[in-house]
Every structure is written in structure tokens, then in C-alpha cells.
Design a protein around this ligand. Structure first.
Ligand code: NAD
Ligand code: UDP
Length: 320
């Protein structure tokens, strides 16, 4: 008989969490989604609420939680600079206290635990592309520090619990990911450019647009999560998950304008402090250990994301 695994997803109503919950349900698991709805929304998981194998709990992970589960995916944390800088101390608490609470839960219940870490642990990187053994270049008191240092401390906690209590940990360093269910106002570049282009508003380029990022489509990333969680016990990570094709923000803006056929013009705004100049994951480890690689070309992923935002803007009467 196939026994359903009980899987906890913190931040399950957010962008990545909602896709993960959907995938876990499809794979035949019982899913408990825990979220405080700071940046996530019930709309992202609306279609899952009718499943009797899906449960939703409003809870802030900075507070302890007692539930029995086989696996924990710890995703709760705002990911966009606008949101994580809105209440920096809460961001640190979510990363650090949240990690402690989830690790205690894993220790008590002997559950496997996955941490959604980030390429931000590399800061403004001095080596390129970034390999997992690079220690990073992070400003500990800059505007991004609440997120970057919070996530770095969470990684330290995961490895400390692993070494001290032999907990089965899986740490993924996620690079910029995009796709449906991103919040239209969360300020991240892909959602900003698409929403602006759909509305015919100016496309906001920060700095001169030569800074680069490597964008991963959400379905590819979620496949990486599942593979990492089911990897052999000794595979702890940290392991980079992301697309290794690098684009400048100018290239991205022009691609979005072309795909939409938009009349939007570019507008240049000041570059935020400590904005990393370049970012590209070295994914050799993920290829070797998880046989994982990305399949979605940026153009194709952006097209699907455009369709999502077009429907959303129509549905919510957000077109002017
Ligand atoms: P998101 O903001 O869409 O989702 C985060 C979710 O966590 C939201 O539903 C929010 O309400 C919830 N949350 C925040 N604080 C909480 C708390 N204290 N208790 C309970 N719930 C809380 O962001 P996302 O893009 O889905 O990111 C998910 C995770 O992946 C985050 O940990 C983020 O750091 C990491 N990550 C994402 C990216 C990316 O490109 N999307 C890149 C690197 C890392
Ligand atoms: N960016 C931009 N215009 C926007 C939003 C972001 O040019 O409207 C730039 C931002 O300065 C950064 C890149 O796009 O260089 C990616 O920003 P995002 O906030 O999506 O992610 P992160 O900086 O965390 O990688």
C-alpha cells in the first residue's frame, strides 16, 4: 500500500510555495501549508483548498509549531527587496527564529528538512559564476543585510543541527526565479517589467541596466526541490539551483517589450545600494548529484508569465 507522506511547506501561499504545494499534492502527498500571509495570498492556493489532502494553517514561523510530519520544506520569508526591507527585524527573525523552530520540529519528529536558501549568500560576488564553495561578499549592515545575513545564519543553523543532532538536511541556494503566482507589486524585476509593459507604462531600469541575473522558470526549480529532497541522506547541500543563462536587465526589458508588442519606453532610475552587478550559478553539483538541469528557455517562461499577468490584471480590473 502506498503511504502518503505528510509534508509541511512553510510559506506555502507564496510564489514558490504555492507551486511546491501543488506539485506535492500531484505526487500523492498530504500537504500542510503554513503561512502568515505577509506576502502570500489565498488566491495562489485557491484551487488546492478543495483537496482533502491539503490543509492550510495561518501561523507565523517565528513562533514554535508542533505538528507531526515526515518532511519539511522551509520557504517562509519575503524574497523581494521591497518586502524584506519593509520590516528588516521581522525578516531576520523569520530567517533565524523560523529556522530554529523548524529545525526543532524536525529534530523532535525525525523529519527531513529542506531550506530555501539563496544566491544572496554570495552577496555582490567576486567570483563568477558562483560555486558553492565561495564564501561570498556581503555587506553586513547594508539594506540587503537583513535578508542576506538572515539566510546565511539560517544555513549555519541547519549545518549546526545536522552536526549536533544528525538531522537530515537539504539546503538549496536558489537563484532568481520567476513565473505565474509572483505578486504583481512585489517589485522584482520580471514582474515589474511585465506589468509595466502590459499597461504601456515606462519600464523602470535601475542603473544603466548592464547588471546581470540568471532567471530560472519556476517549474524547473520545483523539480530541483523534489530531487534534492529525495536525494541520498549524505547529500546535504548547499547546492545551487538556478538557470545558468545570464542576461542584462536591458536585454530582459527589450525581450518583454517585444513579446508583448508593447509601446512602453525605458526609464532609468537610480541603482539601489549594494545591488549585485552580476549573478550566475555554477550548477555542476546539481547536475552531478541530482541529474538536474533546467529545460525552459527565458523567452518561453516569460511568455507563460505574461499570460498569467494579463489574466490577473483583467480579473482584478488593474488595467487603467
Ligand atoms: P514570497 O514572498 O512569494 O513567499 C514567501 C511566503 O512566506 C509568503 O507566502 C509569506 O506570506 C510567507 N511568510 C513570510 N514570513 C513568514 C512568517 N514569519 N511565517 C509564516 N509565513 C511567512 O517569496 P518566494 O519567491 O516564494 O520565496 C520563497 C522562498 O524562496 C523564500 O525563503 C526566499 O528567500 C527563497 N528564494 C526565492 C527566490 C526567488 O527568486 N523567488 C530566490 C532565492 C531564494
Ligand atoms: N531591477 C530593475 N528594475 C526593476 C526592478 C529591479 O532594473 O523594476 C533590477 C535590480 O536593480 C536588480 C535586478 O533588476 O539589479 C534584479 O532585481 P530583483 O529585485 O528582481 O532581484 P535581486 O536583486 O534580489 O536579484
Amino acid at each position: 500500500m502506498h503511504l502518503r507522506k505528510r509534508v509541511l511547506v512553510t510559506g506555502g501561499a507564496g510564489f514558490l510555495g504555492s507551486h511546491l504545494c501543488k506539485r506535492l499534492l500531484k505526487d500523492g502527498n498530504d500537504v500542510l501549508c503554513v503561512d502568515n500571509f505577509f506576502t502570500g495570498t489565498k488566491d495562489n492556493i485557491l484551487e488546492l483548498l478543495s483537496s482533502r489532502h491539503f490543509e492550510l494553517m495561518r501561523h507565523d514561523i517565528t513562533l514554535p509549531l508542533y505538528v507531526e510530519v515526515d518532511e519539511i520544506y522551509n520557504l517562509a520569508c519575503p524574497a523581494s527587496p521591497i518586502h524584506y526591507q519593509h520590516d528588516p527585524t521581522q525578516t531576520i527573525k523569520t530567517s533565524v527564529l523560523g529556522a530554529i523552530n523548524m529545525l526543532d520540529l524536525a529534530n523532535r519528529g525525525n523529519s527531513k528538512i529542506f531550506q530555501a536558501s539563496t544566491s544572496e549568500v554570495y552577496g555582490d560576488p567576486l567570483i563568477h559564476p558562483q560555486t558553492e564553495d565561495y564564501w561570498g561578499n556581503v555587506n553586513p549592515i547594508g539594506p540587503r543585510a537583513c535578508y542576506d545575513e538572515g539566510k546565511r545564519c539560517a544555513e549555519t543553523l541547519f549545518f549546526s543541527y545536522h552536526q549536533q543532532y544528525n538531522i537530515n538536511i537539504k539546503v538549496a541556494r536558489i537563484f532568481n526565479t520567476y513565473g505565474p503566482n509572483m505578486h504583481p507589486n512585489d517589485g522584482r524585476v520580471v514582474s515589474n517589467f511585465i506589468v509595466q509593459a502590459l499597461k504601456g507604462e515606462p519600464i523602470s531600469i535601475y542603473g544603466n541596466g548592464s547588471q546581470t541575473r540568471s532567471f530560472c522558470y519556476v517549474d524547473d526549480l520545483i523539480e530541483g526541490f523534489i530531487r534534492l529532497m529525495s536525494s541520498a541522506d549524505g547529500v546535504t547541500g548547499p547546492i545551487n539551483l538556478g538557470n545558468s543563462n545570464e542576461f542584462s536587465m536591458l536585454e530582459l526589458a527589450n525581450m518583454v517589450i517585444d513579446l508583448i508588442g508593447s509601446s512602453s519606453k525605458l526609464i532609468f532610475k537610480p541603482l539601489p545600494q549594494d545591488d549585485p552587478k552580476q549573478r550566475q550559478p555554477d550548477t555542476t553539483l546539481a547536475k552531478e548529484l541530482l541529474s538536474w538541469r533546467t529545460n525552459t528557455r527565458l523567452q518561453n517562461g516569460v511568455k507563460k508569465t505574461i499570460e498569467y499577468f494579463d489574466c490577473l490584471l483583467k480579473e482584478k480590473y488593474l488595467y487603467d
